[in-house]
Design a protein around this ligand. Structure first.
Ligand SMILES: [Zn+2]
Length: 270
């Protein structure tokens, strides 16, 4: 069974989790690089990389996404991500925040809400997008979990926040990991590997060494942490898509040597 569905809507292509499609109150998707108006290294559906693209292109790309979702850009919220583990609770009043030319929430790498008709968006180009959905309490969350966010435990923090703020039971929560670097493409130096092993010795089972480099499976670490936080193993999904190995479809920070656009992870309650 495929772990994702690829959709085409006009010129736009995006992927979804088959396991999250059956919920009528949830919309979710992860954009590909196909469907926008940007050019060059940001071609074409770029939602960030402001130094490499024109503002007007990025705004237009958000408008195209809004059309796909059937909403306005004033019903979308995103943040300025800086590889923290800070998660912000957002409401409909935050609609439009982070969409150019509006201000962004600074140093926020996770968004969570229980409000309807507000699309929460995180930006990605190799870093794991982790989708959280509690169908019982009707709460959604998104985390930008690159290696720093994963090392900091942003997914565990999201589960804790969903428990404390909304009364979610971890056993009810679904979590999905979208397109990101696979283990073979996430090569790090020993000092970074040691930070992971220093946090938890058990992470050694998710790493291998080749020469002076270590290769770490961040998705397995996220899965391990989510299971430890009380999620059921069969409630954790992975699209199995590597950004660097599918650059026809996805932007890749490592694959494009930093000159890349940003893709959008999107969730909305309806
Ligand atoms: Zn790969």
């Amino acid at each position: 069974m495929k772990n994702y569905h690829l959709h085409q809507n006009g010129n736009c292509q995006y992927v979804t989790f088959p396991q999250m499609e059956g919920y009528r109150s949830l919309k979710h998707l992860f954009t590909t690089r196909l469907g926008g108006v940007s050019e060059g290294c940001c071609s074409s559906w770029n939602f960030g990389a402001k130094s490499l693209d024109k503002d007007e292109n990025i705004i237009r790309n958000y408008e195209i996404l809004a059309d796909v979702l059937g909403i306005g850009t004033d019903q979308m919220v995103t943040s300025a991500q800086t590889h923290t583990t800070n998660i912000r609770v957002v409401t409909v009043e935050d609609g439009g925040t982070g969409i150019l030319p509006n201000p962004s929430f600074q140093d926020v790498d996770g968004l969570v809400t229980d409000e309807k008709n507000l699309a929460i968006i995180t930006g990605h180009a190799d870093c794991n997008p982790v989708y959280f959905y509690d169908p019982e309490k009707q709460v959604i969350g998104l985390a930008h979990s690159g290696w720093k966010g994963t090392l900091g435990g942003i997914s565990e923090k999201m589960v804790a926040l969903m428990r404390e703020r909304y009364g979610c039971r971890p056993a009810d929560i679904l979590a999905g990991m979208g397109p990101a670097l696979c283990q073979d493409c996430f090569e790090v130096d020993r000092d970074v590997a040691d930070m992971f092993f220093g946090r938890n010795e058990a992470y050694r089972q998710f790493a291998y060494e080749k020469g002076i480099k270590t290769y770490i499976d961040l998705k397995q670490i996220i899965r391990y942490d989510l299971t430890a936080a009380g999620l059921a193993d069969d409630h954790i999904f992975d699209m199995g898509l590597c950004t660097k190995e599918n650059m026809d479809l996805f932007f890749s920070h490592r694959g494009q040597q930093g000159k890349r656009g940003i893709m959008a992870a999107v969730m909305m309650l309806v």
